[in-house]
Design a protein around this ligand. Structure first.
Ligand code: OAD
Length: 258
């Protein structure tokens, strides 16, 4: 028999009364889809690889093929992955509250594939490309064949193309950051799901919401860096707690998870 997850009654009341809900998500929400996180001991990508070799502009300049191949491996991994009940619960929730957005650090596109309509991507997206030199967006199929570096080239300027993701030492897309910040400042409830909250400026966004009066709820088996300031902590996998949160708050939506 499955253990029933107990959602605090006060949280149910807050969510039912909320006008604006924001989900702030990280790699942990996709863990149950088989996509590795970054910082979990043993299974996290940064336990196996050094981000300085793979996720910086300097690494790409040093060894473009290594970086290219690593991102293409991750792209094929997420293309084969399926959204899990955690992603789906957030998509269902969007239809139940007056206003909702997902602000994600993930580059896997699984929120959109689960049906979330309003997704703000802070760190870009796998499967989208731009030119390392001229910056123009490039569709994979229009890229010129690889030169000696082994990486496809920009059809406009001949530069190397790169994944359209944010690397360390790079700024976040300004429009995404501004939109995310605006959502945080008007949020009544922020669900912080599957992030260790160690990477800035993203990790500072829920703090903006808190300062503006939002209730913070963490969904994570482990306490994140934001744990000291959250109002509720649901300790366990997002794929279990998020559907439980939705059905406890809106029993009429239980059929979405049947
Ligand atoms: P991390 O790998 O730092 O953290 C993943 C979090 O997910 C941890 O707190 C885990 O406890 C939690 N977790 C694991 N399984 C879970 C589950 N089933 N349900 C809920 N939570 C679970 O990933 P992020 O915080 O997303 O940036 O990392 C932030 C950024 O660092 C990434 O966007 C990436 C990385 O370097 C860039 O590439 C720019």
């Amino acid at each position: 028999m499955r253990e029933t997850l107990q959602i605090p009654e006060s949280l149910v009341r807050l969510l039912r009364a909320a006008h604006t809900v924001v989900a702030f998500t990280g790699a942990g929400i996709s863990a149950e889809s088989g996509v590795p996180t970054f910082r979990d001991a043993q299974t996290g990508l940064w336990a196996r690889y050094d981000p300085r070799d793979l996720a910086t502009p300097q690494a790409f300049m040093r060894n473009p093929k290594l970086v290219w191949d690593w991102y293409e491996w991750r792209r094929s991994l997420v293309e084969q992955a399926q959204p899990n009940p955690g992603h789906r619960a957030l998509a269902v929730m969007e239809g139940l509250v007056p206003e909702m957005a997902v602000v994600t650090q993930n580059v896997d596109g699984l929120h959109q594939r689960a049906g979330s309509q309003r997704v703000i991507e802070l760190h870009g997206r796998l499967g989208r490309y731009r030119c390392f030199d001229c910056g123009r967006p490039v569709r994979r199929e229009e890229a010129a064949p690889p030169g000696p570096e082994g990486v496809p080239r920009c059809p406009h300027c001949g530069g190397l193309i790169r994944p359209d993701v944010v690397w360390f030492n790079e700024p976040l897309p300004q429009d995404a950051l501004e939109q995310a910040s605006a959502w945080m400042r008007k949020a009544d409830v922020v669900l912080i799901v599957g992030t260790s909250a160690q990477v800035w400026p993203a990790a500072g966004l829920p703090l903006e919401a808190k300062r503006a009066g939002a209730v913070l709820v963490e969904v994570n088996p482990q306490p994140s860096q934001l744990a000291p300031v959250v109002d509720f902590a649901l300790r366990g996998p997002a794929g279990q707690w998020l559907p439980a949160l939705v059905t406890a708050t809106w029993p009429e939506a239980a059929s979405a998870f049947a």
